[in-house]
Unconditional design. Structure first.
Length: 301
């Protein structure tokens, strides 16, 4: 078995990473650089190190090297309009009595997606003082999580954001845009390895989610990791909760607990309420309304 295959298997096992054929040369080159930095002259010794429990930080480094942290606010206007006009108002209405809302941006990179969720909640539920709202952002890269927590962004993060939303939630300071602290406080960020970390888990708040966003993450995963993580997401959703991915990421990876719902803006996966008798969803009814007197700005430019 050659070095590339052995590292492929280990990367898939530890962080779910799939190495495309056209990236194998770069993959081995980066491994050699990391091995040298760690003081290993032989790749086999470096592989033994990576196989151990003490290599968690090294895997975080490798994940950052092989994946793109490219993101921006309200990325994919179709999906965010679907959340703004239908899914979030529906969830808010369902929780009028218990006043809880639990949202998770998994693989959040530098935080734009998680903060976009927070802004939508602020638009739709401005009077929420008696609500218990969790918006969680997780990523395998500690540097990305640290950047998320700072809430400071450059112009490139706003390339699809209407000016009125940018002006409403950010202020310019030293050539950077600073997110309103009120919105920053709505989101909790932490490091998480979706493949290696067990969830649902009550100790880490990873349970009973109303909505999970995991977009442009599965494209980096090998097929077994996609299926395993999707199944964990399903178990982490409450009944009736939603999983949103990029448009084709779960094709070929059916999860029994999830039912597909097709909207004009794309496919959404919903946790079944009765596994024994799945039924087709009826024609969508008019979306629930936001708080009376509150109009959430359009995300279209």
């Amino acid at each position: 078995m050659n070095d590339t295959v052995r590292f492929d298997e280990l990367a898939a096992q530890r962080i779910g990473l799939r190495i495309p054929d056209d990236a194998r040369g770069r993959f081995i080159g980066i491994l050699r650089e990391h091995a040298k930095r760690r003081g290993y002259s032989a790749l086999e010794d470096y592989r033994d190190f990576l196989a151990g429990k003490q290599a968690a930080e090294e895997w975080e480094e490798l994940a950052r090297t092989f994946t793109s942290g490219e993101t921006f606010f309200f990325r994919d206007h179709g999906q965010f309009d679907l959340m703004r006009l239908r899914l979030l108002p529906e969830l808010i209405e369902q929780h009028r009595s218990d006043k809880t809302l639990r949202l998770w941006s998994a693989g959040c990179a530098s935080g734009e997606e998680a903060y976009s969720l927070a802004m939508l909640v602020d638009m739709l539920l401005p009077e929420r003082g008696d609500w218990n709202i969790l918006i969680l952002g997780t990523d395998i890269d500690p540097a990305a999580v640290a950047k998320s927590q700072r809430g400071r962004y450059g112009r490139w993060s706003f390339r699809m954001v209407p000016p009125e939303i940018q002006q409403r939630y950010f202020h310019l300071e030293d050539n950077g845009w600073i997110l309103d602290e009120r919105i920053r406080r709505m989101v909790t960020f932490r490091v998480s390895n979706l493949v290696g970390e067990p969830f649902p888990d009550s100790a880490s708040e990873l349970h009973d989610m109303d909505m999970i966003l995991c977009r442009n993450v599965f494209i980096y995963f090998d097929p077994a990791a996609v299926s395993a993580v999707a199944a964990k997401f399903a178990a982490t959703l409450r009944e009736g909760g939603y999983l949103l991915t990029a448009h084709t990421e779960l094709i070929g990876h059916p999860v029994r607990e999830l039912e597909s719902r097709l909207f004009a803006e794309g496919v959404v996966y919903q946790r079944r309420t009765q596994l024994s008798a799945p039924t087709p969803f009826p024609h969508p009814s008019p979306p629930p309304q936001a708080e009376e007197g509150v109009e959430a700005p359009s995300l279209a430019r």
